[in-house]
Design a protein around this ligand. Structure first.
Ligand SMILES: [Zn+2]
Length: 477
């Protein structure tokens, strides 16, 4: 018995020694981490300034200027007007290959004005715009990361170019699509991005393809009581068309979504409306499926027009495909996200999160405190024009927890968190992950080759085809 215990003891000591030998060395902080920590107040000030002047799609003059000014201060060359969008810019530092790009968004959303640091709905400006998608954090983190990576490039004498794309009008789902159509990403080797979320993870293959159209009907006006037989109601046509779309819902894939609003339905009930307009969004896991639904929508519009003796017109507002996944870049972002770790939320952050969750009637689950393990098909289902970039160049995207668990973007809760320590902590984590990943790509040509190989495999080498007409111009809808 004594002998056995001794043997067990020896075995335990041997196992312990083996464990000590095999425990991985603690991940080293990247030089870009330290610089971002030192300059934290600068980035919080930029993000706060953009939050305080929320600008809608294509109107982001102050927001884009604030970000571009930071880049110019650090020696980036800035060119404006990519894709025919006045508030789009491309900032470049360095020269030659590889060309590593980051994406900045900065548009706000209508009606999501919200007081900072309030865990309940309280508009700063009634019905005013607000950063309900956290793009003030998104854009600032990307700019901070681009500058940090470029400083590392200079200090470590690394080859290559750092690009930062200032991409407007994401909330219209076409800002980047126009830039891609006009060849902005032609020389870019890899693209990295992030989005505020309630989780820390790599987004993979879950964003939906989406297409939106205006459906207009043109009829003939008449007095609704005195001579209705002379009129042809465009609203009748829209109602009939909408019914056809509602019936179509039984015959679409379970992954598909159809949503709509009536934008114009007439001026007064006693006038036969000669004009009616609806906006319809079609979404599914693939762009091919969305295109099939669009063809059926066009038939339904023509059918409704025929039945009501009106004329139908279908106009494309935007179209984005499903993202092209890049596993090589996903793995790089995952490695750096695990190294940097999740935001270090404190007791005050948790209290704020719990108060917000209680206000919303959600489980008081607090904030995400871990990084989700890498897995395929991870992330939210929101569509984004980032998918168009992913079809033009290898791209990966991560989420960092910037709001309480269970809360969603496009909501006052996100606006509140986007000017709160919770949002700023997420922003700095994103900046560190993006900066370190960009430096990894400059240092290791094999990573860029792997990303390019994955891109070729996923796209089967097919060239990018824009969903936009060559002469289409960005317009608010
Ligand atoms: Zn967004």
């Amino acid at each position: 018995m004594i002998h056995a215990l001794t043997r067990l003891g020896r075995l335990a000591i041997a196992l312990l020694a083996l464990r000590l030998l095999t425990v991985p060395a603690l991940a080293q902080p990247a030089p870009t981490d330290a610089w971002l920590d030192q300059t934290r107040t600068r980035w919080v000030a930029v993000a706060q300034k953009i939050w305080e002047t929320p600008e809608l799609a294509l109107e982001e003059k102050k927001s884009s200027a604030a970000l571009a000014a930071e880049l110019e201060k650090e020696g980036f060359r800035v060119a404006w007007g990519s894709g025919g969008e006045a508030t789009a810019f491309i900032a470049t530092a360095g020269a030659g290959k590889p060309v590593v790009a980051l994406l900045a968004e900065y548009d706000a959303l209508p009606g999501l004005s919200q007081a900072a640091g309030k865990p309940k709905k309280e508009a700063l400006v009634e019905s005013g715009p607000g950063h309900g998608c956290g793009h003030n954090l998104l854009g600032t983190a990307a700019v901070a990361a681009a500058i940090a990576a470029n400083r590392a490039r200079v200090e470590q004498k690394l080859p290559g170019t750092i690009q930062l794309f200032g991409t407007p009008a994401e909330e219209q789902l076409y800002g980047k699509t126009f830039m891609v159509r006009d060849g902005a990403f032609r020389d870019t080797d890899v693209v990295l991005s992030w989005h505020p979320d309630d989780q820390n993870r790599i987004i993979n293959r879950t964003r939906l393809a989406a297409t939106a159209v205006d459906v207009e009907f043109f009829g003939r006006s008449s007095h609704a009581a005195a001579s209705p037989w002379l009129g042809r109601s465009s609203l009748d046509a829209l109602v009939l068309f909408d019914h056809a779309m509602a019936l179509m819902r039984e015959h679409i894939k379970p992954t598909a979504r159809i949503h709509r609003i009536v934008s114009k339905g007439g001026a007064a009930a006693n006038i036969i409306p000669d004009y009616a307009k609806g906006q319809y969004w079609l979404r599914d896991s693939t762009g091919d499926s969305v295109n099939e639904m669009l063809a059926r929508l066009r038939k339904a519009a023509d059918g409704a027009a025929l039945a009501t003796e009106t004329r139908a017109q279908v106009t494309l507002l935007f179209s984005v495909r499903e993202p092209v996944v890049n596993n090589a870049l996903d793995r790089l972002l995952q490695k750096e996200l695990e190294r940097v770790g999740p935001p270090a939320f404190d007791a005050a952050d948790s209290e704020f999160a719990a108060a917000m969750q209680k206000e919303l009637g959600f489980e008081t689950a607090g904030l995400a405190t871990a990084v989700m393990p890498y897995r395929e098909r991870n992330g939210g289902t929101a569509s984004s024009d980032i998918a168009e970039v992913s079809a033009a160049a290898p791209l990966a995207e991560l989420n960092v927890a910037a709001r309480p668990l269970g809360t969603a973007a496009h909501h006052w809760a996100e606006t509140a968190c986007a000017a709160h320590p919770i949002g700023y902590k997420a922003m700095m984590i994103a900046a560190k992950v993006l900066a370190a990943s960009a430096v990894d790509l400059l240092k290791d040509p094999a990573l860029v080759i792997a990303a390019r190989d994955d891109f070729q495999k996923e796209t089967k080498g097919k060239p990018y085809v824009s969903p936009l007409a060559p002469d289409a111009k960005p317009q608010r809808y």
